[in-house]
Design a protein around this ligand. Structure first.
Ligand code: PMP
Length: 587
C-alpha cells in the first residue's frame, strides 16, 4: 500500500507556518531553546480547534449521556453520537454502530482479544503477528493464547524492516484464526501492505485486526476498501485528546461477540436471573464514556480532514526524505529501518563513536528537541535489530524544514563532541587495576552539603547536566571482569553494573565501583559514589538519598526509568550497608 504520491498531491499547497500557528505549544521553549517536537509517534500535539471543542463542551454542554430526559443530556448525547458518525465517515465504516469508543488502541486490541479471542480460540488455533508489532499488539494475544491454548506465530522481517511476506503466506493454514498486524511500525516507520495481508488471510478463512495507531493521522483510511475485520486506533496520535480511541469491527462480528465489560449503559434489561445486553455500539461501552474525548476526537478529525490527508502525507514524506538524507550524512550514525515504503518515522543508533541513545536523547533535549529513545514498546523488534534501543524522530503535520535542520545540526554536534572524548581503549587500560574509591568527606551528609553548594552555583539544568557528565567522566574505571550478571542492576534503562564490597580490614565501610553505558547515568553514579563510597554502613543507612536527589531537582529532570535506576542503585547499596551495620545490641 502506498500513500499519496500523485503529482497533484505533492504539488498541493501546504502552508506549514499557518498550521504551526494553530499549536500554541510550538511557540514555547524547552531549556531556553525553541521547542522542536519530533515525538509525534508517541503522541501528537493538539491544535486550538481541538482544545476549544473540548472546553466548549465542558463549559456549556456537559451532562451524562443516554439517560437524561432533559435537554442538556440530549445535547451531550447528540454530540457523542455525532462524534461516532464523524469517525465512521473518517474511516469509511458502513455504519456508525461499527465504531466503538475505547480508551485507545491498547484497549481496542484488548477488547477483541478478550471478547472474540476467548469465544473463538482453542488449543491448536493460531494467531499470526509480526516482528514489527508494538507490545500492545503482542501481549493481549499472549494473554488470550495462554488461557485458550492457542499459539502465536510471528512474521519475520528483513534487514530493511520490511515484512517477509513469503513467510507469512506459508504460515497461513486452516489453523490460522486471526492475523493481527500494524499498518505502520511505530519504531521503524515501515508501511505494511495490509490490503494484501488481509486478502490472503481471508482466502483461508481467517480474520484480520489492523493496528492503525500509526497510520490514521498520516494517510486515508478506508476500512471497507481494506476489508479489515477489526481496526484499532487512538485519538491522541491523531491530534485529538488522550483517553479516547476507536475499535472498528464488522457488525456481524461485533453482534456475535460477548460484552467486554459489564456495567451501566451496555444492558437491555438486568435481573438477578437473567441480563440481556444492549445493541451495538452500547453493548461494548459499559459505564460513562469519555464524552469530551469523543467530541475532541471529532474536532481533530474535522481539522485534519480540512487540511487534506493527501497534502499532509506529501508534506511528511518530504520531511522524512530530507531528514533521512541529513542524518545519513553523519558519520557513525546508522539508520534503522529503510523499508521501501515508510511513514514519517526515523530511527537510528550511534555506532562510531558509540553513544547511548539515552545520551543522544538527553543532549537533544537540552537543545529543546524532543525525540524518543528506548525500545519503543517493541522489544522483539529491537532483539531482531541487535540493539536494545534506538533514538527516534517522528514527524507530524506541523513539523518543518527548520525542525529537520535543528535535529541534524544538534545530532552532528553530539557526535562531534563524543568523538573528542578519550577513547574506550584508554579507559579499558586504566581498568586493569581495581581502585575502589574512598570517602571524599566525613559522612554522606557532609558530602551532600558540598554537592548542594555545587548545584546551587549552577543556574540551570543544562549546566547541571554538564556538571553531572563531568563528574561521570571522572569515575574510576570498572574492570570488565566485574561486569557480571550478579552485578547488573535491573530497573535502569541503560546497562548498569555495580560492584560493592566491605573495605578489607574494616567491618562496615562500604565502597563500590559502578559503570553504565550512558553518560548521564555515569554522572548519577558519580554522585552516588561521592556520597557513599568509603562511608560507614550506619551513616549510609541514616542518609535519605531520595530526599536529597529530589532536593537537587533530579526527580523533575530525569525520566521515571532513570529515577528508578538511581533508586535501584541506591537501594542495592543500602541493602549491603544493612548487612554490615554493626548490631548495637551485640555484646
Ligand atoms: N500500536 C502502535 C503501533 C503504537 O504506536 C501505539 C502507541 N505507541 C499503540 C499501539 C498503543 O497506543 P495507545 O497507547 O494509544 O493505546
Amino acid at each position: 500500500m502506498t500513500r499519496f504520491r500523485s503529482p497533484a498531491a505533492t504539488a498541493s499547497p501546504f502552508d506549514v507556518e499557518a498550521v504551526r500557528a494553530q499549536f500554541p505549544i510550538l511557540a514555547t521553549q524547552a531549556h531556553g531553546r525553541p521547542l522542536v517536537y519530533l515525538d509525534n509517534a508517541a503522541s501528537a500535539q493538539k491544535p486550538r480547534a481541538v482544545v476549544e471543542a473540548v472546553s466548549d463542551y465542558y463549559l456549556g454542554k456537559h451532562a451524562n449521556i443516554h439517560r437524561g430526559a432533559y435537554l442538556l443530556s440530549q445535547t451531550a448525547t447528540r454530540l457523542y453520537e455525532e462524534a461516532r458518525e464523524r469517525v465512521a465517515r473518517f474511516i469509511n465504516a458502513a455504519e456508525p454502530a461499527e465504531c466503538l469508543f475505547t480508551r485507545g488502541t491498547t484497549e481496542s486490541i484488548n477488547l477483541v482479544a478478550s471478547s472474540w479471542g476467548m469465544q473463538h480460540l482453542g488449543p491448536g488455533d493460531e494467531i499470526i503477528l509480526s516482528l514489527l508489532e508494538h507490545h500492545s499488539n503482542i501481549v493481549p494475544w499472549q494473554l488470550v493464547a495462554e488461557r485458550t491454548g492457542a499459539r502465536i506465530r510471528v512474521i519475520p522481517i528483513d534487514d530493511a524492516g520490511d515484512l517477509q511476506l513469503d513467510a507469512y503466506y506459508q504460515m497461513l493454514s486452516p489453523r490460522t484464526r486471526l492475523v493481527a498486524i500494524g499498518q505502520v511500525s511505530n519504531a521503524l516507520g515501515t508501511i505494511n501492505p495490509v490490503a494484501e495481508i488481509i486478502a490472503a488471510a481471508h482466502a483461508i478463512g481467517a480474520l484480520v485486526l489492523i493496528d492503525g495507531a500509526q497510520w490514521v493521522a498520516h494517510g486515508r483510511t478506508d476500512v471497507q476498501a481494506l476489508d479489515a475485520d477489526f481496526y484499532a486506533f487512538s485519538g491522541h496520535k491523531l491530534y485529538g485528546p488522550t483517553g479516547i480511541g476507536v475499535l472498528y469491527g464488522k457488525r456481524r462480528l461485533l453482534d456475535a461477540m460477548p460484552p467486554y465489560q459489564g456495567g451501566g449503559d451496555m444492558i437491555a434489561h438486568v435481573s438477578f436471573t437473567e441480563t440481556t445486553f444492549a445493541e451495538l455500539p452500547n453493548k461494548f461501552e459499559a459505564g460513562t464514556p469519555h464524552i469530551a474525548g469523543a467530541v475532541g476526537l471529532a474536532a481533530a478529525i474535522d481539522w485534519l480532514d480540512a487540511l487534506g490527508l493527501e497534502a499532509v502525507a506529501a508534506h511528511e514524506d518530504a520531511l522524512l526524505r530530507e531528514a533521512t538524507t541529513r542524518l545519513a550524512e553523519i558519520p557513525g550514525l546508522e539508520l534503522k529501518g529503510t523499508a521501501r515504503d515508510k511513514a514519517g518515522v526515523l530511527s537510528w543508533v550511534a555506532v562510531d563513536p558509540p553513544i547511548s541513545t539515552l545520551d543522544m536523547g538527553t543532549r537533544l533535549d537540552l537543545e529543546g528537541i524532543c525525540v524518543r529513545t528506548g525500545h519503543h514498546c517493541c522489544e522483539p523488534l529491537m532483539d531482531r535489530l541487535g540493539v536494545t534501543s534506538t533514538a527516534r524522530a517522528s514527524f507530524g503535520v506541523y513539523n518543518n524544514r527548520d525542525d529537520v535542520e535543528r535535529l541534524a545540526g544538534a545530532l552532528a554536534e553530539v557526535f562531534a563532541r563524543a568523538r573528542r572524548r578519550p577513547g574506550a581503549e584508554r579507559a579499558a587500560a586504566i581498568a586493569e587495576t581495581i581502585a575502589y574509591p574512598g570517602a571524599v568527606a566525613a559522612s554522606p551528609a557532609a558530602v551532600a552539603e558540598e554537592i548542594r553548594e555545587l548545584f546551587e552555583v549552577l543556574p540551570d539544568w543544562p549546566m547541571r547536566y554538564q556538571q553531572l557528565i563531568e563528574l561521570g567522566e571522572g569515575l574510576p574505571a570498572m574492570p570488565e571482569g566485574l561486569k557480571t550478571r550478579a552485578n547488573f542492576v535491573s530497573g535502569c534503562q541503560s546497562q548498569v553494573y555495580l560492584a560493592a564490597r566491605v573495605r578489607p580490614g574494616t567491618d562496615d565501610v562500604i565502597e563500590f565501583l559502578a559503570d553504565a553505558d550512558a553518560d548521564i547515568v555515569r554522572g548519577l553514579i558519580a554522585l552516588l559514589q561521592r556520597l557513599f563510597s568509603g562511608q560507614r554502613a550506619a551513616d549510609i543507612l541514616a542518609f535519605d538519598a531520595s530526599a536529597f536527589f529530589a532536593e537537587l531537582g533530579l526527580d523533575q529532570h530525569l525520566s521515571l526509568t532513570r529515577r528508578n535506576g538511581l533508586a535501584a542503585m541506591a537501594q542495592r547499596l543500602r541493602e549491603l550497608a544493612g548487612l554490615y551495620r554493626p548490631d548495637p545490641d551485640a555484646p
